[in-house]
Design a binder for this molecule. Structure first.
Ligand SMILES: [Ca+2]
Ligand SMILES: [Ca+2]
Length: 483
């Protein structure tokens, strides 16, 4: 059974169970929901939804506005949500290159569908609820991006100049732009209490919702259309909706939760019809895209967002970047040391004849110089190999051969690091210069890089790097089990 089929089937079972059983509450409303992947049908429509303006539907979601100036778009449900209690959850992304973006996005539950307008892409004087994600700080109070809820009986005109601060039921300051995971907004209306929860897009864990606002005695229409709109201004963000999931809520013992046999059959018929449409669309898609090896319908739910193992791999990549920086740092310090030694030698050789350094001392200095040069070459080599390893990381996930190469490269790096370690300990153990020998000029004042500090720092870095590589191997072995 495919994942989607299972999901819809589970939703069906759940709703029937809720209808007849003791356990209650949420009934999934598939006619008031959408979710990628493969959102659009062949004719570019989305089942049960219509989009307009600059909105564009793709396989993974709907781009309500592209990041271009002065764009407006919207998507609205074709059917009304008719229920006194409900919950919607919208996954979205607001992304833009700028440090600030504009204008923002709105999630609607209104008596009639909004038209194109100036309230985040939709019309003003709405009747119902608007939950706004306001990116741009019009009133310069340094309190945006901001999420707020405004209930309107049709008489109110949204006050952009004050960012709706005097009109809102409540709200919260949340930076919802440019997040690694989709930002999710959950709006619950139950027994006239309105609750807005937000997952800030820093994790994809389902439980990571924070309370944004809660208001009681909120009166909303008994029936309304659901929609999402967005607008850009002088500044522009991409505003994407990835999913819109609607549930009606029912008390466990409420009569509303009980449906008649006739209604149940009707629901089953509708479900079967919907499922057939879905299967047909799937077949069409596969015929049109034979090159796509994977079946988007069979994608497990955890792949819809970034999975735990994917995130770990990304964190590992960040760690590798840190190591890369550290090795570069070592390389820079070695350059510094090399330069200083060469300076010392130059100064010694330019001393007047009577003060020449005795030959053994000159030889010792030259040896030291050579060893530092060798060390420099080894560190360079480690850097290059680590870079190769890093660029080969993506391949490793899919090919066993690449993995063997990577293992070999890893061992080579370890060997090289051991060599560095041995060289360092040899340098540290060098005998002190003989008494009476000419002393090198003291290092310039203000320098904090003494050889001891340098070698200790490098030793610590080597230990961290080897430890990290062992950790990484283990992690990758674990991660591979997921694929
Ligand atoms: Ca604003
Ligand atoms: Ca503001």
């Amino acid at each position: 059974m495919s994942a989607t089929r299972f999901l819809v089937f589970a939703a069906c079972i759940l709703c029937l169970h809720q209808a007849f059983g003791e356990l209650p509450k949420a009934r999934f409303e598939y006619k008031l929901s959408f979710k990628g992947p493969h959102l659009v049908q062949r004719d570019n429509t989305i089942p049960f939804w219509e989009y307009s303006g600059d909105a564009l539907a793709g396989d993974e979601g709907i781009r309500i506005t592209p990041s271009l100036r002065s764009k407006k778009g919207a998507v609205w449900s074709k059917n009304q949500l008719v229920s006194p209690n409900w919950q919607i959850e919208v996954a979205l992304r607001v992304t833009g290159r700028g440090r600030i973006g504009a204008d923002g996005m709105a999630i609607w539950f209104t008596e009639s569908k909004g038209q194109e307008g100036n309230v985040f892409g939709s019309s003003d004087h709405w009747r119902g609820l608007g939950v706004f994600l306001d990116s741009f700080d019009n009133d310069n109070q340094h309190n945006n991006p901001y999420i707020m809820a405004i209930v309107n009986d049709g008489t109110l005109a949204f006050d952009h100049m004050s960012d709706g601060s005097s009109q809102q039921l409540g709200g919260c300051l949340r930076d919802f732009r440019n997040k690694p995971f989709p930002v999710r907004v959950r709006i619950e209306y139950y027994k006239q209490a309105l609750t807005v929860m937000v997952n800030n897009g820093l994790s994809n864990k389902p439980e990571d919702f924070e309370l944004c606002l809660r208001a009681v005695n909120v009166v909303l229409p008994g029936a309304g259309y659901l929609g999402v709109s967005a607008a850009t201004g002088g500044l522009a963000d991409d505003h994407d909706v990835l999913s819109f999931l609607t549930h009606t809520l029912h008390e466990p013992t409420a009569e509303t939760a009980k449906v008649s046999e006739e209604e149940r059959r009707k629901f089953e018929d509708e479900f079967n019809q919907y499922y057939k449409d879905l299967e047909r669309a799937k077949e069409d898609y596969q015929k049109e895209h034979p090159d796509k090896a994977f079946d988007p319908y069979n994608m497990p739910e955890d792949k819809w967002f970034e999975s735990e193992s994917q995130r770990e791999l990304r964190q590992i990549f960040d760690g590798q970047m840190n190591i890369h920086d550290s090795v570069r740092d070592v390389s820079r310090k070695l350059d510094e040391l090399l330069g200083r030694q060469e300076l010392v030698l130059a100064k010694v050789s330019s001393l007047p004849g009577g003060q020449q350094m005795p030959p053994p001392q000159v030889q010792q200095q030259n040896e030291l110089l050579q060893q530092i040069r060798d060390l420099r070459a080894v560190v360079n080599d480690v850097q290059v190999r680590a870079a190769n390893l890093q660029s080969g990381g993506g391949v490793q996930q899919h090919g066993g051969g690449a993995n063997v190469n990577q293992q070999m490269a890893l061992h080579e790096i370890k060997d090289r690091l051991n060599t560095v370690g041995n060289d360092v300990s040899m340098l540290v153990k060098r005998p002190p210069p003989a008494a009476g020998a000419a002393q090198c000029p003291p290092p310039p004042a203000g320098s904090c890089l003494t050889p001891v500090v340098f070698f200790v720092a490098m030793g610590i870095q080597i230990v961290i790097m080897i430890g990290y590589m062992v950790y990484r191997q283990n992690k990758e072995a674990t991660a591979k089990k997921f694929y």
